[in-house]
Write a protein that binds this ligand. Structure first.
Ligand code: NAP
Length: 322
């Protein structure tokens, strides 16, 4: 029978929330294990440049920041296991976490499983995914250097990634379904003043067409007039929001909000004692790298107190002399 590994604090997902929690928990002396399916960084890995993470105003790539987070967490003693978590069960006071490479037993856990991109939901999208349709500018942008690129979306991701892609081509168009952007004004100003970018508001994508191998054109609709046009594009990058990864949370029966994100209290504790949530998967009014790190730090601190209570070592229960 496969060995069961024991750890105090198991962190499921190694994005900014998970890595920050790992740094705080391991520095506080908890035996801490991150279980991560791919590589450390999560959504950070697809961000070309981050310039609003405190202390790094000059900007750095998501990959570089992820490396720094990982080095710091490992330096404090956190273990990172690259394996996929398949199920979690609560047995008495402990959590049993099954993975592709064995079972982990933990006293407390953090779910920081993040989110994935939302699809555009139009005909042709699936067919041409990987053949002109993409959701990652840094991964696929260089394939379309000098080509006609369409970006769809109006949030921070769409605007930020359009700015990156505009460095690769002189002909980039961004469309958004409303008549103004949802994204932060600072980057919207940069977008509208970039001569390589054509901004089309109140416009939606209806269909993606191709020659059987690659994207060749799209059908766009002006939402104010209802008029549709077919326009030539070589690539379509979709940034129309994210979908939280809550499969494990659902398995544990955790409370979710109406949009499907995990509900926590201000301690980052979910509806199940000992289970914390942080980062993009958590119900929160603002999703940033900095807020994900904050979630992780709070979760680690509260998990430490939860474990001390379990072990009968709560600081609050210690006697002292006046
Ligand atoms: P988002 O903020 O949810 O924006 C998604 C955009 O796509 C919205 O403008 C939305 O339109 C549009 N949209 C949604 N469904 C659509 C559809 N079916 N067709 C066309 N358009 C559609 O998502 P995001 O930009 O991926 O960002 C996710 C989170 O990460 C946000 O909290 C964001 O602030 C954060 N983020 C932060 C940074 C940073 O700090 N530098 C960078 C990237 C992302 P409506 O506006 O009409 O809803």
């Amino acid at each position: 029978m496969a060995e069961t590994h024991k750890t105090d604090f198991a962190i499921i997902g190694g994005g900014p929330a998970g890595l920050a929690a790992a740094a705080y928990a391991s520095r506080a002396g908890l035996d801490t294990t991150i279980l991560e399916a791919l590589g450390p960084g999560g959504q950070l890995l697809i961000i070309d440049r981050i310039e609003n993470y405190p202390g790094f105003g000059e900007g750095l790539s998501g990959f570089e920041l992820a490396q720094k987070f990982e080095t710091q967490a490992s330096g404090f003693g956190a273990m990172i296991e690259y394996t996929e978590v398949t199920s979690i069960q609560k047995e008495g006071q402990k959590f049993l976490i099954d993975t592709a490479s064995g079972t982990w037993e933990a006293k407390a856990l953090l779910i920081s499983t993040g989110a994935t991109h939302r699809n555009l939901g139009v005909p042709g999208e699936k067919e041409y995914s990987g053949h002109g349709v993409s959701y990652c500018a840094t991964c696929d942008g260089p394939f379309f250097r000098g080509k006609k690129i369409l970006v769809v979306g109006g949030g921070d991701s769409a605007v930020q990634e359009a700015l990156y892609l505009a460095g690769l081509t002189p002909t980039l168009t961004i469309i958004h379904r409303r008549n103004r952007f949802r994204a932060q004004q600072k980057i919207v100003d940069r977008l509208t003043s970039n001569s390589a970018i054509s901004v089309r508001l109140s416009t939606t994508i209806k269909e993606i067409k191709g020659d059987g191998k690659h994207v060749t054109s799209v059908i766009l609709q002006d939402t104010e007039t209802g008029e549709t046009t077919e326009e030539m594009f070589d690539a379509v990058f979709g940034f129309v929001g994210i979908i939280p990864q809550t499969g494990l949370a659902k398995q544990l029966g955790l409370e979710l909000d109406s949009a499907g994100y995990i509900v926590t209290d201000q301690s980052m504790e979910t509806s199940m004692p000992g289970v914390y949530a942080g980062g993009d998967v958590r119900s929160t009014p603002f999703r940033q790298v900095a807020t994900a790190c904050s979630d992780g730090a709070i979760a680690a601190h509260k998990a430490q107190q939860y474990i001390e209570n379990l072990d009968g070592e709560s600081y609050e229960d210690l006697s002292f002399q006046h």
